[in-house]
Design a protein around this ligand. Sequence first.
Ligand code: ADP
Ligand code: GLC
Length: 501
Amino acid sequence: MAPLRILVVASEVVGFAKTGGLADVAGSLPRAMAQRGHEVAVVMPYYRAVRFGKIQPKPTSHVLNVPIGSRTLACRVFESKLPNSEVPIYFIDAPEYFDRDDGHQGRGLYQATMPGGYKADYPDNAERFAFFSRAALELIPTIRFQPDIVHANDWQTGLVPVYLSEVFRTNPKYANIRSVFTIHNIAYQGMFGADVMRMTGLPGWMFNAKQLEYHGHLNYLKSGVVFADAVNTVSPTYAREIQTAEYGCGLEGLLIEYKDKLSGIVNGVDYDVWNPALDPLLPERYDATTVFERKPASKAELQKRFDLPVDASKPVLGLVARLVTQKGIDLILSSAPGFLDLGCQLIFLGDGDREYHDQLRSFHAKHASQVGIYLGFQEQLAHLVEAGSDLFLMPSRYEPSGLNQLYSLKYGTPPIVRATGGLADTIVNANEENLANGTGTGFSFNDYTPSALYETVKWALTLYRDRPNDFRKVVRTAMKQDWSWERSAADYEALYRRLLG
Ligand code: ADP
Ligand code: GLC
């Protein structure tokens, strides 16, 4: 079959700028598609993090003239390659929108820290990402890349399918392009006041409940769903869940309406980066045959890095997460005293909402000999937490796909998860039955309650301490799982081809 041409549009890409799993997906799905023989290009904003990043993009001679509000803004285009690949990535350079993030000053890609320590969205996010979405489409003729598919991701790019359909379609260069819109997280919708309509340059009549409007607001995510030729989310279970009031964040009705173009594809893992057999960030590398001899070195290093007693016999429960309601931090904090009584050490690596920072700080202050915290974003440390923990905590309230539990499988660190979204689709609970049939890869529970989490941790520790052969079996089974991009990329390819007929 003829190779496809795909333009991936994303607001963050690993290696350049990252706040969460979206960046991992936007960096590794294109490479997996390229490995399948397709021609892929990626486009993202030229943030300050990119400008001062490890990989220095090169300026090109391209200039885009992008209408926004009542003006037309000229922006430059930078260019690089996705790490370890030949896949081109383009950067939209508009300093007034994207040259402002600065970790030291508490300024992120989408939010800034306010004087009270709270994080607030940038007030011009609507404009920043309308601009980016439109610029991404303007780029197409400029770089002479004629895609079959434009693949947009999350609310930041929700207007891409809209502009494509309503502004660019009459231009023959765009007439045959199909759009895919992936929902990585429906809780973030990009909702703005009605006054923002004018800035987008879209005709005012589109501001109605069947198209861009959601209860008097302009909703970017909804817009993407309505106008994309296909919509997917990042696991089959989450695709079902978001059609219910419990998970749909108000868009369940819309998703039911469009369910025929909605599907779920679980994320894959980049095993070149997340693989204990290759990982340069670990004191000793290991695979399924050496895990029990060599993983303890990571545990000792982790305990040291977090100022905890270096003690092989203490079970270490690790967490790496954005500290937001989604991740079940409240459940963990409620049951954590119980974990300490069970003799565990707890390690938290996270960045996010101020209330969780405060709570974790005071919990740490009370139990410094058993609790380690790092409140910030530290990619390298994330690898050590995956490798050095005995069990990985991920009791999410909801989880569209989740990557961390997949990383922890590979690192031989069975995850403790709530069976929701992608966690339900990827983790097999090691109960007696699944221990007996050799399929258990982690530990899962259903009810979003501290006691359900506590009981699950207790069960995991029973295996860890009293039934080491069973625990080792879970570790080995976990490490054998293959969540590489190959299968997910094949699913995306099938989705793209369906659209092209
Ligand atoms: P989400 O996208 O909801 O944050 P995922 O599990 O899909 O959840 O992906 C999270 C990604 O972000 C993983 O690569 C994880 O290692 C990384 N990550 C999250 N928080 C941090 C942090 N504080 N420091 C380093 N990496 C982090
Ligand atoms: C979102 C979700 C996470 C998913 C990631 C990448 O941030 O919260 O579950 O893995 O996007 O798709």
